[in-house]
Design a protein around this ligand. Sequence first.
Ligand code: ADQ
Length: 492
Amino acid sequence: QSLLRTQLRGDQVIVVSNREPYLHERGEDGQIVVRRPASGLVTAVEPVMRACSGTWIAHGSGSADRAVVDRNDRVSLPPGQDEYRLRRLWLTPEEEQGYYYGFANEGLWPLCHVAHVRPVFRESDWQCYREVNQRFADAVVSEARSDDPIVLVQDYHFALLPAMVRRRLPRATILTFWHIPWPNSESFGICPWRTELLEGLLGSTIVGFHTPYHCKNFLDAVDRYLEARIEHEHSTVSYRGEQSLVQSYPISIAWPSPEAVAAMPSPAECRRRIGAELDIPPDHRLAVGVDRFDYTKGILERLHAVERLLEKHPRWRDHFTFVQVAAPTRAVLEEYQAFQQRIEALARRINQRFGAGGRDPVRLLARHHEHDAVNRLFRAADVCLVTSLHDGMNLVSKEFVAARDDEQGVLVLSRFAGAARDLPEALVVNPYHVEEVADALHQALTMPVGEQRERMAHLRSTVREANVYRWAGRMLTDAARWRLRERVSLRV
Ligand code: ADQ
């Protein structure tokens, strides 16, 4: 954290993301409550922003957000602290529909994830996406106190914004991070606005992805669809007189402080509380899944694996419970509604087949949980199942590891999540292969404590070292080198 502050040496930092780091909602009693959204981006970027200060620009989406902005209707401060300022932009329902639900989530999201959901491209959504990108770019320019701020652009909602900001602030350092996978160039090529998206992103000083493979796919797309010069050795692109660096920066989480760990209930206490809340007998082994309710997360495949486990190993029928926490997300989209219904139907079927003594083996809790509640679940679990069909990184896997200071519990992890590169000591599986996941689950449930410890100790040392401050620090160091080079070359 302090290293980050030193690196910045007073530079102004502006973050742009669609999702706001916290929402103000009006509770049933009329009181305003603060909620942290279920979002990997927020989990990662919020601690970085606390360390950097600066301004965060995001779409105000909480029902009471407008009630808490300051008198100038401009900014609000994070609850209980003043480490950074939040500037909310208000979108009309039409803008939200076209830019967010339409182009970003029906177009780019399925385009970038191999989950076999067909992207939808509408001209009107695209126009909206451009306009909203311009509005956020204008907000960045108006917040800039100098002509060379550091702008951290987050995710696929803002592919056009880097070039828009670059035109107005040519000396800005623009670090764009793409939190989801980048597809191969053939798949990407079906997007009618592929050229515009690439040109927009190349307004960045650095374009960052989670893995080298996503960088390679991006460079292939640039090579194929633009007249650009690529220097593979340095991973740079020169396009219309500007240069961008394309690099992988695997994202992570903030490692919990010793005080935070000391304040947590013990794993045994967490297990006791969850057992009491959900009526799970103490002799049951507990597996958990924690996700947004999204078709890329492989929840359906996970349930099939649980069903297969119970078919293959009758001994688990009265000794195993699977708790799936699923936060509602993008629920106005039909694809998401249909997905949720399929999951609910499958969970019902499994419970009808295998429910014993009036108890359901699958507990589906389709709601947002507070951070502490998720943490208790991680600490109580024997196994955490992460079976994404495709995931840029996946922070749930890293949170589970960080929660286990007792060095117990087993992580089952999809090979199609970026996290599988960082966490090879997990049981790495192909989520499409039901049999393999069921076998891995059985292996996890029967793994000797010594082996659990050995694997978990490796995983914990990786996540502790490669934490989110290092993620941000590496990007800032690369950007500083870049700026220096530019200043030197200007002097020549
Ligand atoms: P997401 O798709 O949101 O992130 P992920 O990285 O797993 O996925 O992060 C989800 C976050 O939301 C975690 O912090 C998790 O604890 C929280 N969460 C999930 N379900 C919840 C629930 N029911 N209640 C409360 N909290 C919940 C995107 C990409 C990922 C990438 C991140 C960061 O899709 O691949 O890892 O950005 O770059």
